[in-house]
Each structure stands twice: as C-alpha cells, then as structure tokens.
Design a protein around this ligand. Structure first.
Ligand code: MN
Length: 132
C-alpha cells in the first residue's frame, strides 16, 4: 500500500481513478489544481504523485518543475497524466522532470505497474542513502 496524491481538476476522472486506486489498497490524497497539489506534497509527503498536466492555477508541468527543483520534494516520483497520446506531450512531461508518463483514459493494470516500479525504485534509493 502506498500513499498516492492524485492531482486532477476533472471531477469525474478524479473520482473514478481515486476509487480504483483505493480499491487496490492505496491511500489516496486529492488535489484539484497545481498550486494545492504542491502544497499537499509538502504537507503530506506522498510516496508518489499522479499529476494531470492540464490544471488550473499552476499547470502540471510547472508544478512538477517546482517539486523537482526543491530538495525537499525532488525524490518523490511523479507520473504525468495527459489526455493526449502525442509524443511531444511525453517529451514535455519528462523535460519537466516527470519520472514517467501515462495517457487518459487510464488503463489501470498498466498504471499500477508503473506506480509499483517507481515506488520500489524510490525506496531502493532511500535505503542506499541510509546505508553506512
Ligand atoms: Mn485537467
């Protein structure tokens, strides 16, 4: 089980995905724009962030850039979610510092595999840093 922050302004997408993640045993935190998303990351230190890119106030690209530019939050994996399968979007997301990328509508088994991989990788890194 992981603590996952879902940043998504579309209520239907947010409800559906958060329910499905919760059903898989994850603790799901929600934010509806990039600004509150960044605040939630700092306050709750989630294991992973699912970041919609098209968001009000601060968009997902900018929010990710800021999280990855901050020593306190840069280790937290971010998966970008966009509605477009265009490769330019993927490039833009990775450029902003996203660790991975997926398209909506989300294919849950595929997304869960990415989540698990990134959380394991982050945990491995933390353990390596803690080792003497
Ligand atoms: Mn959106």
């Amino acid at each position: 089980m992981a603590k996952i922050l879902l940043v998504e302004d579309n209520e239907m997408n947010r409800d559906m995905l958060s329910r499905r993640l919760a059903r898989k045993g994850h603790e799901v935190l929600l934010a509806v724009d990039g600004q509150s998303g960044m605040e939630m990351v700092r306050r709750h230190a989630p294991d992973l962030v699912l970041m919609d890119m098209s968001l009000p106030v601060v968009d997902g690209w900018e929010a990710t850039r800021r999280l990855k530019g901050d020593e306190a939050t840069r280790h937290i994996p971010v998966i970008a979610l966009t509605a477009h399968a265009m490769s330019s979007d993927r490039g833009k997301a990775l450029e902003a510092g996203c660790d991975d990328y997926d398209t909506k509508p989300v294919e849950l088994p595929r997304l869960l595999a990415k989540i698990e991989l990134l959380i394991q990788r982050a945990a491995g890194r933390t353990a390596a840093e803690a080792a003497p």
